[in-house]
Design a protein around this ligand. Sequence first.
Ligand code: CMC
Length: 434
Amino acid sequence: MSDTVTIIDNRTGKQYELPISYGTYPHYGASIEALALRKIKVDDDDFGLLSYDPGFTNTAACSSTITFLDGERGILRYRGYPIEELAANNSFLDVAYLLSKGELPDPAASESWADQICHHRMLHEQIKKFMDGFHHTAHPMGILVGTVAALSTFYPEVKEVRDAETRTLEIFRLIAKMPTLAAFAYRHSQGLPYAYPDDDLSYVGNFLSMMFKMTEQKYRPDPVLERVLDVIFTLHADHEQNCSTSSVRSVGSSLADPFVAVAAGCAALYGPLHGGANEQVLRMLREIGSKKKIPEYIERVKEGEVRLMGFGHRVYKNYDPRARILKELAPEVFSVTGSNPLLDIALELERIALEDDYFVDRHLYPNVDFYSGIIYQAMGFPVAMFPVLFAIPRTSGWLSQWQEMLEDEEFRISRPRQVYTGEDQRKKNALAAA
Ligand code: CMC
């Protein structure tokens, strides 16, 4: 037995032997090089075979050591650590360190990492002028996309993406400033004065303060909500090569700076099929309105009229482990905030869907967005902020992936091929000839 695959081209009768490569697991991630297919030609003038994969459903665009995701078994690990363990035992900032550097920090490294991030929380005052330019009804995710890209213009050295020291500085800046941008976007939409960062508070505690501080001298976050939001940030920190991460890698592969690459990630995340789904789940639960209307809604889903938001995933064909953790966290949040009637609808919706052949046959389970929105709403976040709450922690994953890409020996600009199906060269344009 050899680690190769043999292909016979029935057009020519020729046989090709292509080597198979493996990642960490022999039965998960075995691959052949797409470029090897180019040897398969009818004659010397033939360009050779391409692999055709709309939506990249079966194409590995890179090798990565950051996140392992086995959707069939419902496994998610960052740098080898199960998500359940990290959520239970580590702070989000330590997880961000793990994603970036490959190891969990010791106490000294953890403190220094948190200090650096704390140091970079402030925004240039000019950014407030950008904020002020947005209409008060502007979606905070749109504001985030625009302002994070605008930050690129404040730091001339940001173009030095090949310089490791500069990259580290930009990673600190972006992880630190995203919550500030997010909170400012929210305060602008509410017509509230901006609340500046508070160095005495944790990463998450400070974010809550910048969001919700009113006239009190000092905002004191509820410790249960602070801890739960920290766990939620860990759950959202990375998810291998999803739509937004691929966008960050793709934009970053032209050696564009990390601020605009992260802006591209935010833009990709904004869509309702990705990070915007948590917002849509809430709107859907409100539309359903009561448990007795669930069967009617499920019928509409089955008829293809609407999608069950927060259900299904390109990779998970099993229960998303992040959704399971969130479902368990919900009662903790409600013990502080009081219950959210939408939770009862969500639980019943999940129960009915998981027993229905339509969802069973298609392996459609709740994903991370199904329960996160209900928790965010109970915490007092407006619905439009939900995708922003996804973008803040995912920035750490995007930047780890961006850094890994730039350090990869196989690094090349991202540039897919296409199969052209349009017109062959046409006869002279009749209008031009006239
Ligand atoms: N509700 C109803 N049917 C669905 C759903 C859903 N949420 N998701 C997939 N299906 C059906 C789909 O209609 C198709 O059925 P058929 O084979 O009869 O045509 C089948 O399941 C396969 O669907 P697909 O669209 O080919 O699957 P995909 O891998 O291209 O899409 C997805 C993945 C996440 C875009 C999709 O499941 C979806 O639209 N879900 C709702 C939006 C959502 O919750 N997104 C958040 C994803 S998790 C957070 C993140 O990382 O962004």
